[in-house]
Design a binder for this molecule. Structure first.
Ligand code: AMP
Ligand code: MG
Length: 278
């Protein structure tokens, strides 16, 4: 089967304008939507194993331009996962307190502990994207951040954090249609932000910043996945499949761990009962 996402191989060049946001890997929409429904239940089952085994955590990073569907993808892909074992953090313009610290400080505090799924809606990558596009810090400062980000993610991976990073790739045209659609739909108008139109004028600067971020920060332990995202059904399916396939790789070891823990618990119970008068 053709790959669903464009995984950025470490050390390879990234040119987003060479990747078609309408790519759909020859899939049939109706079939993909039916498969997505099944995948969401599988992701829930895998989350329970992750939680029970308590040996790993999963960090999912969502990035993309305004309207690319970061929120919508999270809502769909993790729709069946228990709120007990997962959470979402949206990173906004930093507060005064956050700005007084290094750029990773607010992010590190929110990384998932063992057994948990943590989802970042925007992330530390904003510090080499919006920050670069708007010259919020000098180039000498943001350039060093690629390395700092790789070291940070390496540190997380060393502590058994599984890291998945999705860039939702939409076209400038599709963004325009989605922004205009929001104006027409009273139930979506609350999402409107005049700033979105202003940011749109910097589209090419953002694409250049994304090219570099994806190229500089794709590693074996934390690779970037470029997700064609003009079609929502495809985007959701591609992300869900990538999450499920990644977690399936751990299923065997988590089940083994759970089996062992279960045996220990049963032995404890047996010992307790043996020591008690019947
Ligand atoms: P939204 O995700 O649409 O609610 O908007 C959040 C806004 O916060 C976006 O415009 C981001 O670019 C901005 N933002 C997030 N992180 C940072 C950061 N580190 N520095 C500056 N702006 C940021
Ligand atoms: Mg926005």
């Amino acid at each position: 089967m053709a790959p669903l996402t464009f995984k950025v191989e470490p050390g390879s060049k990234v040119q987003l304008d060479k990747i078609d946001p309408r790519y759909e890997a020859g899939l049939d929409r109706v079939q993909a939507e039916a498969d997505l429904a099944k995948l969401t239940y599988e992701i829930d089952e895998l989350q329970e194993l992750l939680f029970g085994a308590g040996t790993h955590s999963l960090l999912v990073i969502m990035q993309g331009m305004d309207t690319s569907g970061k929120d919508g993808t999270v809502r769909k892909v993790f729709s069946q996962v228990s709120p007990l074992g997962s959470y979402v953090v949206s990173f906004k313009v930093p507060t005064e307190d956050e700005l007084a610290h290094d750029f990773l400080w607010r992010v590190h505090m929110k990384t998932p502990g063992k057994g948990m799924i943590g989802i970042f809606n925007r992330s530390h990558y904003e510090d080499v994207l919006v920050v670069r596009v708007h010259n919020l810090v000098p180039e000498a400062v943001w350039r060093k951040r690629y390395r700092l980000i790789n070291d940070f993610e390496h540190n997380l991976a060393q502590s058994n954090t599984i890291i998945l990073k999705f860039y939702l790739h939409i076209s400038k045209k599709e963004q325009e249609e989605r922004l205009l659609a929001r104006e027409q739909d009273p139930t979506k108008a609350w999402k409107l932000a005049a700033g979105d139109w202003r940011e749109r004028e910097r589209w090419d600067d953002y694409m250049a910043a994304y090219d570099d971020a994806l190229e500089q920060c794709s590693t074996d332990e934390a690779p970037w996945q470029i997700v064609p995202a003009d079609r929502k059904w495809y985007r959701n399916y591609a992300v869900a499949m990538t999450v499920a396939e990644t977690l399936r790789g751990y299923k065997g070891q988590w089940l083994a761990k759970l089996g062992k823990v279960g045996e220990e618990r049963l032995l404890e119970l047996k010992a307790l009962r043996a020591g008690q008068p019947q």
